[in-house]
Design a protein around this ligand. Structure first.
Ligand SMILES: [Zn+2]
Length: 139
């Protein structure tokens, strides 16, 4: 799917929301703080930050926190996700890309803590994604 053509003001709004969310990151182990902001089809913005755990495998990325918050608040049609780690662009990990596909995200806005942004299509980041229709049952 093509990335949604989002107005520049919306890209900035999403990036700023992700930058604010990054401040709330719980990252005492990696010290790598990440924030994310999800834009739902109805315009709602939901944020998330990474939440680490002493049992490292339980750590959840900012993007998945934001997507799961949005879905739990009733937003299942998502358009875009902004993500900011730092100090350079921080693309989402493979697990987060897969979770974004599930809810129709087409656009990923990579941002830096300073507010520089780069827009990429989720389809470029995760070509041939595993989808609902990939789950054919055996006869
Ligand atoms: Zn991730």
């Amino acid at each position: 799917m093509k990335p949604a053509a989002l107005p520049a003001a919306m890209l900035r709004r999403l990036a700023r929301a992700a930058i604010r969310a990054r401040r709330r990151a719980y990252a005492p182990y990696s010290r790598f703080r990440v924030g994310a902001a999800v834009l739902a089809a109805d315009g709602t913005v939901t944020t998330g930050c990474n939440v680490e755990n002493a049992s490292y495998g339980l750590t959840v990325c900012a993007e998945r926190v934001a997507v799961q918050k949005a879905v739990s608040e009733g937003h299942r049609r998502l358009r875009a996700v902004a993500v900011v780690g730092g100090p350079d662009f921080t693309p989402p990990c493979g697990a987060c890309r897969q979770v974004m596909v599930e809810f129709g995200v087409t656009t990923v806005v990579l941002s830096t803590p300073a507010g520089r942004t780069q827009v990429v299509a989720l389809a470029e980041l995760l070509p041939a994604a595993f989808r609902r229709q990939s789950r054919r049952r055996d006869a």
